[in-house]
Write a protein that binds this ligand. Structure first.
Ligand SMILES: Nc1nc2c(ncn2[C@@H]2O[C@H](COP(=O)(O)O[C@H]3[C@@H](O)[C@H](n4cnc5c(=O)[nH]c(N)nc54)O[C@@H]3COP(=O)(O)O)[C@@H](O)[C@H]2O)c(=O)[nH]1
Length: 726
């Protein structure tokens, strides 16, 4: 009866000799008949190490009388296959209670053990993915986990490159390296082995006998050489169904996968897909971090590194490098007249055209709006070799563009600085190429200029100015003037515009028109703008604390400030510092700033609106406005640019524009304010056309804070009584 039990059953005497054994243990130990085991010890049946362990365990039981329960071990049977056994051994007593031997039972727990190990392995692989370990390490571990489950099976993962349609080595720790190398880079096809075919069709491919399967034609000798006879491959698919790679199982014999293999493959493919998709996402993030999303060119993050590397590789006596600063001419006009989508099309076309002109060893970087840097390698004995490339770039860029059915053309200005003649460091080369580019602009645009030392003075002048500005910000050389804004219905000053002034210790008062552009191009507008914002809020709060009528203070914001990711926090900080109610702050944004990235602008404005901050569109009428988009912006006021006001009395078209802006603003429930009002006549026309508010020298120039305080207190007669209409 015991011969029908699937577990091992045996009894041994005090000398560890088998007295009784059932058929299961006998067969696994290589005997046809259980009686063949009788009288034998494990020393006769097992490898030395295992025999010693079994002996020691049993000796302990015989000496202590304590049983050994559920001891797990991984053993190799005489057939060569491996099994997990759970063994219990108990002391055998006679009627007198003396120990006379051992009773043992071993159960095959291979299935449960494998599934525990598989689960552990899968968890480990998932942990590696979550830890962001290298995809190759993850796939190697995965393959090992699967191989551990199946004897005589070697697994591989190949990664698919959709661009080249090739499969590349991913992981194959147990396959012969020479075989792995030979199939690395194979191009997929309708009949290219198991993996190439599986990737091509996006379907599993089971090849039970490589030697006789037409899909392996061309690879059969290779497989035979490495003892591979069957190969079952599954495509690894992304969650969108695209092929990411293949997972294959090889054996050295003619074989087809059973249910266990299919289940394991399913798990392996799922985990491999997660790991590979994760890598793709990482690659994409990396790509985005270093490339310009619009043109696909490198962005400025890698510029200096590339130039440094090129300088490091160049041999001054043999190689010259040319750094070209390229700026499109009048690109703003394209944006302003045709809109930003057209502008984007032009930029990406320009990028493509430039790429077609420079060879593969060269680098093009988009460093900002319409500015590019090109790094050209050349020979020192022929620095003019790059001239041809520059000519080609110029000619390509100036070819006509078609945007929305309109043909137009755009030109570019380029400045060239050459290593080592014009500078031996990245910084110097960039500055000098920039200076040469400015020279090209001055020379009438649509040309290129090579750097000359005379250009240095301009560069140094600019660097000095930037340094001076930086010192002025930290040294507190700025102050604010405020210009009243008057409500035409009540004749009262309802708001004031904060306008910054620079008290230069040597040059005296400098107009913002002279330093704001430099502050913007150097990035110093961010700290300067913070100071203006904080000071304007502080001053407004101090008037209120002094019991004066509440006013709105309007602060100009540059694109550079507004696009800063921390801008909302900066505004909040200024409000918190001063304690000013957000409703008493208005930010003036220009039309072109808003149109640069409408969605982003609306989101930022909405965040600030939630705090209570209001917005005005400054210089309205001078930029490109997508009028239908205007209503999407949370804007309280439209500010008509002063260029339409100066000739209001004499120019009918200006009058028409002003009337149209007033009507548009009011239809959109915005207040309309006219700036630059210098005469009573202009005021009267504005009033007749229903303008809500006015600002200009006719009422007051920008004045010091104490003057505004006096005006608020009613002591100061600066605001003239408004003449009545009619
Ligand atoms: N980003 C920031 N820009 C600022 C800041 N402070 C000023 N500016 C910008 O600088 C430009 C020049 O400003 P400013 O010299 O102060 O000129 C302002 C007024 O003085 C002037 N104005 C006002 N009324 C009249 C008038 O009747 N006639 C006339 N000829 N000029 C007048 O207009 C300027 C205000 O313009 P705007 O901002 O468009 O309302 C200017 O572009 C400022 O914006 C700053 O802190 N940050």
């Amino acid at each position: 009866m015991i011969d029908h039990v699937p577990d091992y059953l045996f009894v041994k005497d005090m000398q560890h000799r088998y007295l009784i054994a059932n058929r299961t243990i006998a067969v696994d130990l290589g005997f046809a008949d259980p009686s063949d085991l009788c009288g034998k010890t494990d020393a006769d049946l097992q490898p030395v190490e295992r025999a010693r362990k079994l002996h020691d365990d049993e000796l302990r039981i015989l000496q202590t009388g304590k049983p050994m329960l559920d001891s797990e071990e991984h053993v190799q049977l005489s057939s060569g296959t491996r099994r997990w056994l759970s063994t219990s051994k108990l002391p055998l007593h006679n009627a007198a209670g003396e120990i006379i031997g051992i009773v043992g039972v071993s159960r095959d727990i291979t299935k449960r053990k494998r599934s525990d190990i598989l689960l552990e392995g899968q968890t480990r692989v998932l942990e590696m993915i979550a830890r962001n370990d290298s995809v190759f390490d993850v796939l190697n571990s995965l393959v090992q986990v699967i191989e551990h489950q199946m004897e005589g099976v070697f697994c591989s993962v190949l990664l698919y490159d959709a661009r080249t349609r090739q499969l590349h080595h991913g992981a194959a720790p147990s396959l012969p390296p020479a075989y792995v190398d030979a199939i690395d880079g194979v191009t997929i096809g309708a009949s290219v082995g198991s993996c190439g075919t599986a990737a091509y069709h996006g379907m599993p491919v089971v090849v039970s006998d490589i030697a006789n399967d037409p899909r392996w034609e061309g690879f059969q000798e290779l497989a035979e050489l490495h003892g591979l006879r069957s190969c079952w491959s599954n495509p690894i698919l992304s969650h969108q169904g695209t092929v990411l790679g293949t997972f294959a199982m090889y054996t050295g014999r003619v074989a087809s996968p059973g249910a266990a293999e299919l289940e394991l493959t399913h798990d392996a493919v799922r985990l491999a897909a997660i790991a590979i998709e994760r890598k793709h996402a990482e690659d994409q993030i990396n790509h985005l971090a270093h490339h310009d999303a619009l043109t696909g060119l490198l962005n400025r993050t890698l510029l200096e590194e590339r130039i440094d590397r090129a300088i490091g590789e160049a041999r001054p006596e043999r190689t010259c490098l040319s750094l070209v600063f390229l700026d499109l001419d009048n690109f703003k006009l394209v944006n302003d007249s045709l809109g930003h989508t057209a502008g984007d099309t032009v930029l990406s076309t320009v990028a493509r055209r430039m790429q077609s002109c420079v060879g593969p060893g060269n680098t093009i970087v988009r460093i900002g709006g319409d500015e590019f840097v090109i790094l050209l390698a050349g020979q020192a004995d022929d620095p003019a070799a790059n001239l041809e490339v520059l000519e080609r770039i110029r000619a390509e860029i100036s070819k006509p563009f078609m945007v929305d059915g309109h043909a137009f053309h755009i030109t570019c200005s380029m400045g060239v600085a050459t290593y080592p003649a014009d500078g031996r460091s990245t910084e110097t080369l960039l500055i000098n190429a920039d200076a040469a580019m400015y020279k090209a602009k001055e020379a009438g645009r649509d040309n290129f200029q090579f750097y000359t030392t005379e250009m240095n003075s301009r560069v140094h002048g600019r660097l000095n100015q930037i340094e001076e500005l930086r010192t002025a910000i930290s040294g507190g050389e700025f102050h604010l003037r405020y210009q009243p804004q008057i409500d035409l219905a009540s004749g009262r000053m309802v708001s004031i515009e904060a306008l910054v002034r620079w008290d230069h210790p040597v040059k005296g008062l400098i107009s913002p028109a002279d330093f704001i552009p430099l502050a913007e191009s150097s990035g110093l507008i961010v700290p300067l703008g913070d100071w203006v914002l904080q000071e304007a809020c502080r001053q407004n709060k101090s008037w209120q604390d002094a019991g004066l009528a509440p006013l709105t203070v309007c602060v100009n914001v540059s694109a550079r400030q507004f696009s800063d990711r921390t801008w909302v926090c900066r505004v909040k900080h200024a409000l918190d510092l001063s304690g000013l109610d957000a409703g008493c702050l208005e930010l003036e944004l220009t039309e072109s700033l808003l149109m640069q990235n409408m969605d982003q602008a609306i989101a930022t404005m909405n965040d600030l609106r939630e705090l209570g901050v209001r917005f005005a569109i400054d210089d309205f009428g001078t930029g490109y406005s997508n009028l239908s988009a205007l209503k999407s912006f949370p804007v309280a006021r439209l500010k008509i640019d002063k260029c339409f006001i100066s000739n209001l009395a004499s120019d009918d078209s200006d009058l028409g524009i002003v009337a149209a802006i007033i009507s548009l603003g009011q239809n959109l429930r915005m207040k309309v304010i006219a700036e630059g009002v210098e005469t009573g006549e202009q005021l009267e026309i504005l009033r007749r056309n229903g303008c809500d508010e006015v600002q200009g020298f006719h009422f007051s120039r920008p004045v010091a804070p104490d003057v505004i305080g006096s005006m608020l207190a009613g002591h100061h007669p600066v605001i003239r009584p408004l003449p009545r209409a009619g």
